[in-house]
Design a protein around this ligand. Structure first.
Ligand code: AKB
Length: 319
């Protein structure tokens, strides 16, 4: 019987991942934890505890006490926020990872998922169809911490047998919990502003193409990687995950097909430089071959789903 710990269960990924895991493994077997309040769905569908991943002893005791067998560690300071507090962000991102790697090494919770990101690439990386293995010289705090994290994950796998698994997430798009402090956040904000106000001022330029993925696809593939046969995994750092690539102009045009009056304007900020250092599109053939990475959402389906779900959500909140 698997006992699964999710760290960062109140965040953008965690709040949806926990519910998907509970459907598979049963509510009582998925332990949601965060230092932030849980969503109502999380607190009513299984256990939730306040747990700080930076506190090693508490984490270790928790894992031993509940006989945890798998950990998903989603705690991180994202790219935009990390640039505002570089040393603190480095400390938080690395300590959160190292604590879970050590706990995985010292307990029975040998299987560990930790998200990497397209941020591990940098300005010297080939920007189109970026391969799994290529030049990686990130120039953001977040990117440097993710690249270091990938190396540590592989190290713990080879040296101590920790079953470390990871993907390089593109920007993730969801309507349930909004992201916070990322460079790809525009692709979520734009939908909320379109529904609420019919217009959006974008902090990236109109032609900044980036890889993105709808949250359902990200969750499906994350769990698929964690359930994959270990012998099939040729990568023990992190797998490229491409999703779909588009720029703000392309996304705005797709929104206009459903909301013809929608207006977009542009006022770039410091996140433009971060986005310029990331690839426009990614090659993920290794993940497809090794464990069957697959998606259901293209830009059209993603746009229609986001607009209708956010409209419902806002109506419900107002009634
Ligand atoms: C961010 O923008 O920082 C994240 C990411 C791509 O990892 N969404």
């Amino acid at each position: 019987m698997e006992k699964i710990l999710v760290i960062g269960s109140s965040g953008q990924i965690g709040s949806e991942l926990v519910l998907a895991l509970r459907k598979i493994y049963g509510g009582e077997n998925v332990y949601a934890t965060d230092i932030k309040e849980p969503t109502e769905e999380i607190s009513t569908s299984g256990p939730f505890d306040n747990l700080d991943v930076l506190d090693f002893n508490n984490l270790l005791h928790y894992v031993v006490r509940y006989k945890i067998t798998q950990i998903y560690n989603l705690a991180a300071v994202l790219s935009g926020n990390a640039e505002k507090i570089p040393l603190q962000a480095w400390d938080i991102n690395m300590k959160a990872l190292m604590n879970t790697l050590e706990v995985a090494h010292k307990t029975d919770a040998k299987k560990l998922f930790w998200p990497s990101s397209i941020a591990i690439f940098g300005p010297t990386t080939p920007m189109e169809n970026t391969p799994q293995l290529t030049v990686m010289e990130p120039n953001t705090v977040y990117g440097i911490s993710k690249l270091a994290g990938e190396r540590w994950g592989e190290y713990y796998h080879k040296r101590y047998g920790v079953d470390f698994r990871s993907v390089r997430y593109p920007g993730l798009i969801s309507y349930k919990t909004e992201p916070g402090g990322g460079t790809t956040d525009y692709a979520v904000e734009i939908f909320f502003e379109a529904v609420k106000n019919g217009k959006y001022e974008c902090f990236l330029s109109e032609d900044t193409a980036l890889p993105m993925m709808f949250m359902d696809d990200a969750i499906h593939n994350t769990i698929k990687l964690m359930r994959a046969d270990s012998s099939k995994l040729s990568i023990r750092s992190a797998y490229n995950m491409a999703g779909i690539s588009f720029d703000p102009n392309g996304l705005a045009n797709e929104i206009k097909k459903i909301m013809p009056g929608f207006e977009i304007s542009y006022k770039t900020d410091f996140r433009q430089a971060i986005a310029n250092s990331w690839p426009a599109s990614i090659n993920d053939e290794v993940a497809r071959k090794d464990w069957g990475l697959e998606e259901k959402y293209d830009l059209r389906k993603l746009t229609a789903t986001m607009l209708s779900k956010i409209t419902e959500k806002i109506k419900r909140a107002g009634s």
